[in-house]
Design a protein around this ligand. Sequence first.
Ligand SMILES: CC(C)(COP(=O)(O)OP(=O)(O)OC[C@H]1O[C@@H](n2cnc3c(N)ncnc32)[C@H](O)[C@@H]1OP(=O)(O)O)[C@@H](O)C(=O)NCCC(=O)NCCS
Length: 246
Amino acid sequence: MLAAFSDYVVPLQPDADSFKAALSSRGFNPEASFVAVDGGDIIGFWNVATRNTKRYLIGSGTRIGHRGRGLASHLGMAAINAAEDAGAESFWLEVIEGNTGAERLYQKLGFDVTRKLDCYRLHHPSADPSRCELSDFGTVAQAIQRYSTWEPTWQNATETISGLPLTSFLHDKGGAIIGAGGLVHQIAASDPSALADLLAAAATVGSLTLVNVESADSVLCSLLQELGGDRFIVQSEMRLSLPNLS
Ligand SMILES: CC(C)(COP(=O)(O)OP(=O)(O)OC[C@H]1O[C@@H](n2cnc3c(N)ncnc32)[C@H](O)[C@@H]1OP(=O)(O)O)[C@@H](O)C(=O)NCCC(=O)NCCS
């Protein structure tokens, strides 16, 4: 993985423990995943997660010296065939805009863009906890479900994050934020001022990174831009609907 991602469009060289933790929380399923092997070395991989009738590509990569020979295409086709055989209904992934090799690979395999996603880094100019209170995961997850207008992507889904040690704040006007001082996994509120209060509260723990905010959420995206947030990545979410073979 480290070799295949050594020239990735953003730096991504996790240590073994964080890589294993990310695979595990996302629902990595070895039986749904494929590797290409050459003389005992892994030269390409498709790491796939499974949840209900959905499959999700956690990551795909081919070592630099082995690219352009169809390895990723073959691995992708194997993963898609395995998903169909298992009765899965859809296959999902995200790809960074501008990673043209990967974008073309996924298009060739039949994936279509479903929505655009923005990633922001935010050093909040006026962190302030006063209008929110710390709360437990179950309570904040419920509040977010009530006010959110869009589904989080796989890596931020409630099933993915439910076991993680996360700090969360609740707003008394309705709404919540899960993840403070680091990765913000979910945020939603009854109105824009509550949304602003939640960001200000979460920022008291440290600077914030929001990965995969739906670009069509103009209220949240405008607020992040007004606060000086840096949109450092835009991603495309892609889906392949699978034929029901049963
Ligand atoms: C993207 C990646 C997995 C492709 O692996 P690969 O084994 O070289 O892919 P393939 O040989 O099967 O090529 C598949 C298709 O991808 C596209 N593609 C691959 N590399 C490309 C490049 N450098 N430029 C343009 N298109 C490219 C082509 O459409 C190609 O099909 P074609 O040869 O019929 O035109 C590989 O470049 C990689 O590991 N990149 C770094 C990690 C990464 O970006 N992973 C994806 C994260 S979402």
